[in-house]
Design a protein around this ligand. Sequence first.
Ligand SMILES: Nc1ncnc2c1ncn2[C@@H]1O[C@H](COP(=O)(O)OP(=O)(O)O)[C@@H](O)[C@H]1O
Ligand SMILES: O=C(CO)[C@@H](O)[C@H](O)COP(=O)(O)O
Length: 544
Amino acid sequence: MAATTTRPLFLGLDLSTQQLKGVIIGQDSEIVHESAVHFDNDLPSYGTKNGAIKGPGEGEVTSPVTMWLDAVDLLMERLKAAGVSFSDIVAISGAGQQHGSVYWSAEAERLLANLDASRSLKSQLSGAFSLPRAPIWQDSSTSKECQELEAAVGGAQALADLTGSRAYERFTGSQIAKIRHRYPKEYASTLRISLVSSFVASLFLGQFAPIEVSDGSGMNLMNVLTGRWDDKLLETCGGSALRSKLGPEPVLGGANLGKLSIWWTMRWGFNPECIVAPFTGDNPATVVALSGPGDALLSLGTSTTFLLSIPPAKSAPKRTTTSHLLTHPITLDAQLAMLCYKNGALTREYIRDEHASRHWHIFNELVLETPPGNNGRFGLYFTLPEIIPPNVIGNHFFETGPDGLPVRVDNLPENAHARAVLESQLLSILSRIEGILPESSLPLHRVLISGGGSANDVIRQLIADVFGIDVYISSTKEAAALGGALLAKYAWLLVDNPNTSFEEMVGGHLAGTTRVATPRADIHDLYEKLVHVYEQCEEIVIRS
Ligand SMILES: Nc1ncnc2c1ncn2[C@@H]1O[C@H](COP(=O)(O)OP(=O)(O)O)[C@@H](O)[C@H]1O
Ligand SMILES: O=C(CO)[C@@H](O)[C@H](O)COP(=O)(O)O
């Protein structure tokens, strides 16, 4: 029997790049509370910039694991101060930034199981990690390991057929291979490797949580069609020890992993019957929260990701040079197609800071004072080595010549950069949508947007104009945490009603979205034409 109270609540967390967010929903899936901890601002002693630390090695990007523990402690304090009734929370789930990995020490199991209610997580778990910093999705230091992984299975396409993606530097398999070779002592002493998602779930369970199947498909270690670890890939990345370090086979979202550890009841007053469901990746959780059939999703968090929920493929798509196929978090009978860009919010912020006096409202004014198409000017900005196209870096400027072809120029006029960064980011996605839409699918009819950038109404209108479809938002921009709360509710319902489907549970919930922008046909036509010029700019950048 699932825990009941007169007013059951469901907690969803999202440990993303820059913040830990918490969303609490009630029985009708209505949001009753939201809180967040911002890593740079709230926990400055860790010295992160935008939630992460670059270096010391070329391309390395990590986050301190104890900072995340501190963030969980602080989020609980904030929820308590806001009057949240912890005893009414009957299920917890959530999401994490994808691909990042946490390395637990041999001490971890004992420490997790014996938490003292008079002390914080951070003060007790500092010794639970064999590596103090977790490599995160912005890391691009594993090109060598990626080549080795692809070679081991017969090439990039063979790896994509098996796992849904060719080898990517940020995917966990190559990250594990790097740790194994560069830090052999630490690797040998690692008892368990968690993803960011299963790391947070482990804190709630008081024991290691299994990896969830959708987040597992961002590792290059799992068969994307069966949802099971692949022995050859495990052996290549982590040797014979990796299977036990990863724990059991990945589990589907909505499973009941067990009750919350007693520490949560003793320290915070949680319901002792509260259950914990698997945490998934932040992008799959966003899909769970927002989209129905025919919807596209654009997450404007730190990364920019474009997602489609698609029917199951019997084999992985052939065009996997830049896109990913992920396992669906709730069922093996559907999958997600995803494009992910590293130069998202932080690159827009860089333009805001360089050319718009560090203010979004000035950035927006600049966009509005320049015409759609930017007078034939293009700016492609890669402050971090990009994922799409792979590993390009730097700023690249173009003007359209009289023959309609782009010509490189040294710079753009000062007022052209704000529009240029938005148009190039969105045209890059537009140029790839057809490639990830399954052949038989209907045209997209709307795009739901989430994440920090989705609050910007100028960005919303540009998305509508470039994609040529209506733009919607949900009741929260924290869609991944909402998805976590819905996954918690689903797991709770399944305990007593094992035949309930997720769609039955959400019912009219997806109707709680609001249209915020409609495309202007003449402007969309212009972008349809410009996409080819954009593609040529991209080609020139890749060649250079
Ligand atoms: N008004 C705005 N216009 C454009 N971008 C914004 C605005 N407000 C916040 N952002 C962007 O949102 C980003 C953070 O988004 P968020 O979804 O919280 O990221 P994450 O989930 O990766 O931690 C910031 O880096 C900032 O660039
Ligand atoms: O690498 C990916 C997806 O493959 C990123 O989307 C991460 O999942 C980070 O998410 P945000 O913090 O930007 O939401």
